[in-house]
Design a protein around this ligand. Structure first.
Ligand SMILES: [Zn+2]
Length: 478
């Protein structure tokens, strides 16, 4: 109880420190000051990572070093009407019915609560071996801190990552990923005088995270609209513009296109049929999708016929969704791809962004190549970027055994052992430094990365008890 309260106090303090990804200076200063006022060894590096060391308690000098790790930054999202300024304002929250809830913004419990837990431990007299607390930067925007970290920044070989959001679940693996971008260059073509211009759109899909939610059967608006347009190509369509999706890691919720067609009525009735079939297909998993087709006006010319055909064929052929499930861990998506966005880039270019994930490196490479080939065949220039490695589960991990038996002892039930189909910094640590024994767990958070993000306070108590039990008892036999 007491330790949980201390974590909560630290976390409340942290909610007052602006720390958007890339803007973590004040958080870093806070951490350095924290270490100095307590006489703790503290190091930083050129990318803003901080490591604070708690020396072993008397009698624990022979216990091998344990690394605790979380990220300093937070995702900064707010509601449409909010006047919150993430560069200056503290996060406004309420505590209600056992939850700590941000009012109009993200709460930043991802990963402020992991940071707060480390501060509690660093400031405590808990009887542990030597502990290195590692605070990374810009995890949410590409794991820049973990990417930039040099060998030797921490020395322990057992690492507990505190950046998971389901209490009672222990994570022992994650997916690696890569983004694949295709650029189509085109010439302009005049709109046919006899053609009618239409704006067709698919909107209001649920979307979601392209890792965690790729297996939920949600509609991909970009994929769906492209499929319709590809079929209209056979009826002589001219494509003026297309715009859909946003971030590489989000399933696109909407897509619209301006087209010109020889027979607007025929196109409209084919679209109505297409919409009906699609609404049926997604009646259970994405029920509120809306379809629109309206007369429009365009001053812009069309994309030349040749590129239009090649582009739409490639979009229709490009895979989206789950490619393979894991055979080792039930229910885990092993490999997936997200057809994330399509935009007119100006100067005669259409840019398509896709994102592939897999816990198996060769499978990730295979699906990224398949997507790339699909667009290259259509004449696009393709690039891969933002690659990060996965973390392969080790069911025989000593830290996993310690965490499972501690959980069983404390709560009389089994924790779930899982891997996630999303990225964690653990994958990078393993690739860069090697020979690490790692696990990830945390208290329950809901709605992370969105306004109204909340922290389950009862789960925070269990998390605290579990973490303390593990760090005071693990690594003893080394
Ligand atoms: Zn996080």
């Amino acid at each position: 109880m007491e330790y949980t309260d201390r974590i909560l106090e630290y976390f409340k303090e942290i909610t007052g420190i602006p720390r958007e990804s890339g803007n973590e200076e004040r958080m870093r200063e806070y951490l350095i000051r924290f270490a100095h006022t307590r006489g703790l060894e503290c190091r930083t590096d050129s990318v803003g990572n901080v490591c604070i060391v708690k020396e072993a308690a008397p009698g624990k000098e022979n216990v091998s070093t344990l690394v605790l790790q979380g990220h300093q930054d937070m995702v900064c999202e707010k509601t449409a009407g909010s006047t919150h300024n993430f560069l200056t304002d503290p996060i406004d929250y309420v505590i209600e019915d056992g939850w700590m809830i941000a009012r109009e913004t993200t709460l930043g419990a991802d990963d402020g609560i992991g940071v707060a837990a480390m501060l509690m431990i660093l400031g405590s007299e808990l009887p542990t071996g030597k502990i290195e607390c590692v605070f990374t930067t810009s995890e949410e925007t590409g794991m820049d801190g973990a990417f930039g970290m040099q060998k030797g920044f921490f020395t322990g070989k057992t690492l507990i990552n505190l950046d998971s959001e389901d209490e009672g679940q222990l994570f022992i693996g994650c997916a690696g990923g890569v983004d694949t971008t295709a650029t189509f260059a085109f010439n302009n073509e005049a709109l046919n005088d006899d053609f009618k211009v239409l704006k067709v759109s698919i909107t209001n899909g649920l979307g979601g995270h392209s890792g965690d939610e790729i297996n939920k059967g949600r509609m991909n608006a970009v994929k769906a609209l492209s499929t319709f347009l590809a079929s209209e190509d056979g009826h002589g369509l001219q494509l003026v513009s297309i715009d859909g999706g946003n971030k590489p890691n989000a399933i696109p919720r909407e897509c619209s296109a301006v087209i010109a067609v020889p027979d607007a009525d025929a196109t409209s009735s084919r679209f109505a049929e297409f919409s009906k079939a699609l609404a049926n297909e997604y009646a259970d998993t994405d029920p509120d999708v809306e379809f629109g087709i309206l007369p429009a006006y365009s001053e812009s010319p069309a994309v030349c016929a040749q590129v239009t055909s090649a582009f739409l064929k490639a979009m229709a052929a490009c895979p989206h969704g789950v490619i393979a499930m894991s055979r080792d861990i039930e229910g885990l998506v092993e490999t997936s791809t997200n057809l994330a966005s399509v935009k007119m880039a100006g100067d005669g270019k259409i840019v398509v962004v896709t994102s592939q994930r897999s816990s198996v490196t060769t499978s990730r490479e295979e699906i990224a190549k398949a997507v790339a080939d699909c667009f290259r065949t259509g004449g696009a220039v393709v690039e891969h970027h933002s690659e990060y490695p996965g973390w392969k589960p080790n069911p025989d991990s000593p830290i996993l055994r310690a965490c499972v038996s501690s959980y069983r002892k404390l709560f009389g039930r089994e924790p779930q052992v899982k891997a996630i189909h999303a990225g964690l910094e653990c994958g990078l640590f393993e690739e860069k430094f090697g020979g690490l024994d790692m696990i990830s767990f945390g208290p329950t958070l809901r709605g992370v990365h969105a306004p109204g993000e909340r922290l389950d306070l009862a789960s925070l108590e269990r998390f605290t008890a579990h973490l303390i039990d593990v760090i005071t008892n693990c690594n003893q036999t080394v």
